[in-house]
Design a binder for this molecule. Structure first.
Ligand code: FAD
Length: 388
């Protein structure tokens, strides 16, 4: 029986596993995930307002295993594509220690790592770097935003591509809403520093600019943070900004084992968006945020790339099943609440990559309904992939 090893039990990894099962591939499918649970990303920013709780967006792998997928808890730290081997160190619900897995097909889908190593002072002051991306740091950010009396909040977005384009903007606007709710907004300055020439995604940069103006949020674009101090950051052009609360996303990249295995640099190299095989290895495919695609890194694109990856494996196996898939997405960005009610509004936006140039769409009118739609969409992904 063929062996498929999937690194990463997130949106992309589980989509590949599910599609291979649907395609009736007779294989031992092993998903390796570095934790015994998964936290969904999209609604994490709502932890700030208390509208989301971690228990609603966490899932374990018990139902996945029941479907016939082997789930191993461990961190992959090396891949040997010439000998088709993956090495991992076991986590706390396995026997621990180092383990080696042999594969016929490898799917690399570990998402991103947040890498501040190129920023001066990062190692010393990394404890000051909070954001909505990591559940622990999101909790601390929430505590600070709910207890601080006055000061400056700096929100930062690194250069694209990074995971979830609107999340830094969402962070700024949700912090604004909480401070308004607490009646202390006038005691705070909120500055959004963006390394890109527009806030992301560009399709709603004008809408966000208008909302920022109304809410009194300053925005500086084209400024990359290169240094962090105890209470300030410095950008490449030498501008210095004081902060009391720093909600900063580090630059994103694939985990180091990717580069060490010769599978890519910042991202895993692929042949094309439709053929996610590595250019040198027919049996190594990438999917999700870790794949080197020219698209935004979000859940829909992760899902679609995973369907393309699974389709390619089914094709190589001579099996007839193909999941129907195209690159396009619709998303919702939280824009806070102008009156400080803890009922977040959202705008809708999308990009369709089936046309050239890609066709953008948006509804610039903030609506509560869009926040609710995003919640149902996220929950349905979790149900579909994790079985509950
Ligand atoms: C705060 C936040 C907000 C977001 N908002 C949106 C949104 O509004 N809309 C949207 O479409 N998308 C959003 N996203 C992005 C979306 O969650 C990701 O694009 C999607 O999860 C990518 O899927 P993936 O499978 O590539 O990575 P993931 O879903 O992250 O899965 C990767 C898995 O691999 C595991 N892993 C990592 N390294 C290793 C290793 N070495 N060994 C073993 N396992 C490993 C990870 O723990 C994880 O479980 C958001 C993400 C975040 C964090």
């Amino acid at each position: 029986m063929k062996k498929v090893v999937i690194v990463g039990g997130g949106i992309a990894g589980l989509t590949v596993a599910k599609t291979l099962l649907e395609g009736k591939m007779q294989a031992e499918i092993t998903v390796v995930n570095n934790a015994p649970h998964y936290f969904a990303g999209p609604s994490r920013p709502l932890l700030l307002t208390g509208e989301q709780s971690l228990d609603r967006i966490v899932r374990g792998y018990e139902e996945v295993a029941r479907r016939g997928v082997k789930v191993v808890v461990g961190t992959v730290y090396s891949v040997d594509p010439a000998n088709r081997r993956v090495r991992l160190v076991g986590g706390y619900v396995s026997d621990g220690g180092v383990m080696e897995l042999q594969y016929d097909y490898l799917v690399v889908a570990p998402g991103v790592v947040l890498d501040g190593s190129q920023i001066t002072g990062y190692d010393k002051y990394r404890g000051n770097v909070l954001n909505v991306y990591d559940p622990g740091r999101a909790r601390l950010l929430r505590d600070k935003v709910w207890s601080a009396e006055r000061g400056t909040v700096v929100v930062y977005a690194p250069k694209v591509p990074y995971r979830c384009a609107p999340a830094p903007t969402e962070t700024a606007l949700l912090i604004d809403a909480v401070l308004r709710h607490r009646g202390v907004r006038d005691k705070f300055k909120i500055i959004h520093i963006d390394a890109n020439d527009k806030t992301q995604p560009p399709v709603i940069a004008d809408v966000v600019g208008e909302i920022y103006k109304k809410q009194g949020i300053e925005v500086v674009t084209g400024q990359e943070i290169t240094e962090i101090g105890e209470n300030y950051v410095v950008t490449r052009s030498g501008e210095r900004y004081q902060y009391d609360i720093l909600a900063m996303l580090e630059p994103n990249r694939a985990p180091k084992f990717v580069a060490e295995a010769g599978l890519g640099g910042q991202w895993v190299e692929v042949r094309s968006p439709q053929d996610l095989r590595h250019p040198k290895f027919d049996d190594v495919l990438a999917a999700g945020d870790a794949a080197g695609l020219q698209f935004p890194k979000n859940q829909e694109i992760a899902f679609e790339s995973a369907l393309f990856a699974a389709n390619k494996i089914l094709e190589m196996e001579g099996l007839p099943h193909r999941a129907s898939v195209q690159y396009a997405f619709l998303g919702w960005a939280y824009v806070g609440n102008p009156e400080g009610r803890l009922q977040t509004l959202s705008v809708m936006f999308g990009l369709d990559f089936t046309t050239q140039p890609p066709k953008p769409s948006k509804d610039p009118q903030p609506k509560r309904e869009y926040t609710e739609r995003k919640d149902s969409w996220e929950q349905s992904y979790l149900k579909n992939l994790f079985g509950h």
